[in-house]
Write a protein that binds this ligand. Structure first.
Ligand SMILES: [Zn+2]
Ligand SMILES: [Zn+2]
Length: 265
């Protein structure tokens, strides 16, 4: 049963004439039919990309608390007639932060290191070309000490490989996994819990898709390795799963999991 004080509280909060008029302006200017099930294009990104948030800030000169409140009402109601229809002002969702690794990629990187041919010295001792390494040479008057190598049979040359620098350059394939975090809202308080570094994210998403609203995502923290095998087992798996509890307009998570996502991106 809906209590009278709840109706009063809701109407005090967001269903005001001012909000209705502002939302009517926004609805006339923008298409408010957003998609609630597009993992590659999460909802808040759609709202942001439409230009609604900057329009509210720059043209309507609203502060971010007001902008977040209006976006919340748009999120709950979509494309309705904001002057005449009844407006839903609150609903409880559950917030889930889910992290997963992307597909393994690789790129060729140039590295430098100690030259393997001269052990980083830059020089090599070669057999003297003049005396063929014997240290002696017959200049026509019998064998004498070779002038080129001073009798040692060897001469020091710049290393043929690194040309005397002692440093060698080479390329190697570096493998990487990008790390993605998605914030979902759901009406379900207890989703199937994925197993970290085991459950395939796409499979988990498909299994729970009907229950999930992708709100925002962010790619970061690429892990890299020269060993392809380091990532074979973790590619595409869930790496973090944090159920954050319920969110509604009047609880603490409205600030952290709605307003902040609208304001700070
Ligand atoms: Zn010599
Ligand atoms: Zn060398």
């Amino acid at each position: 049963m809906i209590k009278f004080k709840d109706i009063l509280k809701e109407s005090e909060d967001l269903d005001t004439l001012v909000n209705r008029k502002l939302l009517n302006i926004v609805a006339k200017k923008f298409d408010l039919n957003f998609r609630y099930d597009d993992l590659s294009n999460p909802l808040i990104d759609q709202i942001r990309r439409s230009g609604i948030i900057s329009f509210m800030e720059e043209t309507l000169a609203l502060d971010y608390q007001q902008i977040a409140e209006l976006c919340w009402v748009i999120f709950l109601n979509g494309s309705i007639d904001y002057l005449t229809d009844s407006i839903k002002t609150d609903e409880t969702f559950y917030v889930y932060e889910v992290g997963y690794y992307g597909e393994m990629g690789h790129e060729e990187v140039e590295l430098d290191g100690e030259c393997g041919d001269c052990d980083g010295m830059g020089t090599q001792n070669n057999d003297c070309q003049n005396c063929q390494g014997s240290g002696e040479y017959d200049y026509g008057e019998g064998e004498v000490e070779c002038e080129d190598c001073g009798g040692g049979g060897e001469v020091e040359n710049d290393c043929w490989n690194c040309e005397g620098t002692g440093i060698d350059y080479f390329t190697e394939d570096e493998y990487y996994l990008a790390d993605n975090t998605v914030i979902f809202y759901s009406n379900e308080p207890d989703l199937d819990k994925p197993i970290k570094e085991e459950t395939n994210f796409e499979k988990w998403y498909e299994d729970n898709e009907a229950l999930l609203i992708p709100m925002v995502d962010r790619w970061e923290d690429t892990e890299s390795s020269f060993e392809e095998t380091d990532f074979e087992d973790t590619e595409g798996t869930v790496n973090a799963y944090y159920p954050q509890g319920d969110i509604s307009f009047d609880n603490i998570r409205f600030r952290t999991y709605f307003r902040n996502l609208i304001e700070h991106r």
